[in-house]
Design a protein. Structure first.
Lengths: 127, 135
């Protein structure tokens, strides 16, 4: 049967990664967002280093601080997942090993993000 | 067999071992290495947060580990790695915007990355130590 579709429409979405520029774009978005939170990160590290637990809880009890900290952890988890995915795709060529690492990457990044966010929420609520 | 012989005579594309090392190449390589290091180093602050949320005993344990000479060395390296990767990210934003592609700009941006990363890491540790009366 004759295929009437244009060459472009036939290959669209069939690139090596099966996606368009979403990965590249989100890498930049998360990167800029984290950079905007860097002054907060610097201040927090300088302020919190070696402080007793009660003062740490006091610091995170501010909704603004807790919000920025949660955003920072979540954005870093997203950004590191995207970055490590590129590294795996560049260096791991064995198909089953590559799929294993890609999956482990998602598991690890999500675990780090979830653990950080839950810890911040708990600290913030003073429990 | 003839195939093998032909393959060995094919011209090779220039690669890492062929080029002389330039500062921009080294910063590009460092950007990926620090990114991978940050990937694992995020365990440090997240472990600290989880410990703080878990109770005073675990929190004291993690703080104690961080305060050992090895702990401080790892934290120092992790802070430099994060700062270097962040500055590398700014450099890439400049390039993404289509600016800074002349050879002198590339060289200046690359040197600025390593120089500022060391300066900002030193500043971070200086202020943290001043804040907590260690200096």
């Amino acid at each position: 049967m004759t295929d009437y579709r244009t060459d472009l429409s036939r290959v669209r979405g069939l690139g090596a990664a099966k996606f368009g520029t979403e990965h590249f774009w989100m890498q930049r978005v998360t990167s800029l967002a984290v950079l905007l939170l860097f002054p907060f990160l610097f201040y927090s590290v300088i302020y919190l280093a070696g402080r007793p637990l009660a003062e740490v809880k006091e610091y995170f009890s501010s909704p603004l601080v807790a919000t920025m900290a949660v955003l920072l952890v979540a954005l870093l988890a997203h950004h590191m997942r995207l970055g490590m995915q590129v590294i795996i795709e560049d260096y791991v060529h064995n198909s089953s090993r590559k799929l294993t690492f890609l999956m482990l990457n998602i598991f690890f990044s999500t675990l780090v993000g979830a653990a950080g966010v839950i810890a911040i929420i708990k600290l913030s609520l003073g429990a | 067999m003839a195939n093998v012989e032909l393959r060995s005579k094919r011209p090779l594309s220039p690669h890492l071992t062929v080029f002389r090392l330039y500062i921009n190449m080294m910063m590009s390589i460092l950007h990926r290495i620090t990114g991978a290091a940050n990937y694992f180093a995020i365990i440090l602050p997240v472990a600290w947060l989880v410990a703080a949320a878990s109770g005073s005993d675990i929190f004291a344990l993690v703080n104690g580990l961080f305060a050992t000479p090895l702990g401080l060395l790892v934290l120092f390296g992790a802070s430099w790695s994060l700062i270097h990767h962040a500055l590398g990210g700014i450099r890439h934003f400049i390039w993404d915007a289509g600016r800074g592609f002349s050879i002198p700009s590339v060289i200046i941006l690359s040197w600025a990355t390593i120089f500022l990363s060391l300066l900002l890491t030193a500043a971070l540790w200086f202020f943290a130590m001043v804040m907590h009366g260690r200096l």
